[in-house]
Design a protein around this ligand. Sequence first.
Ligand SMILES: [Zn+2]
Length: 276
Amino acid sequence: MNILKAGFIKDFIKIADDGYKMGWHECNGGNLSYRLREEDIELLRFSLEASGPFINIGTRVPDLAGDYLAITGAGSFFRNISLSAYDNIGIIQINDRGDAYRLWWGLASGRGPTSELASHLMIHSVKKRANKDGQRVLYHCHPVNLIALSFVLPLSNKVFTRELWEMMPECPLVFPEGLGLVEWMLPGSLDLALATSQLMEKYNGVIWAHHGLICSGEDFDASFGLAHTIEKAAQILVKVLSMGQGKVQRPRARDLKALSDTYKLKLGQEFLIDND
Ligand SMILES: [Zn+2]
């Protein structure tokens, strides 16, 4: 089978294109990964071929032993993924010890997987271990308004979650558990991977202050939709703050609780306290 015709590769390419058109992927910014299902692997069984040696990951992810992942390449431009997926996406497999990977398809450009490989693998490991809705898509992007807010709002997940929840009812519906946040950390570092994967035990969206956002979802729509919702709320908040009056009125905790009761949401209780 032509791997480019596989459903998950088509979805992968579409999200890359959608994200690029949103303006979230300048140059080689952003990365995307998908942990293949059994049926994906079965479908491609005669099309995948191991190439090259195992390469050390720099950390251990034993929960992912034997798993295959589709992932963007280091230095790949999202705008080029639909033009040349074979160059810019790879399918890798994790070894039995969970400390190395091998390429099975793609990344014909010769570059390895994204520099944020450790973050992707450690988060996939957390989500798989917790069987969180079968989550298997991780999407990292650079959305303008959210990044801008990280320069003016206190760097607290309580502040960001509550501020964004108030912007539109879709927000508590889409991320009822709230959002995680890490202060600026070195991109591609194990420290960033560790901090993010710990927050992903609880959240599906983690803000990287002064850098971007990483979202987890059970499929491509869920992961992209979460990023889209967060960034739209951030855009509204930037507009509100730019008007210079602050918030003249806003939904209160009781309003959010009513939303929670009506739609049976499990809203994070720590974000349901009015501080003014
Ligand atoms: Zn980034």
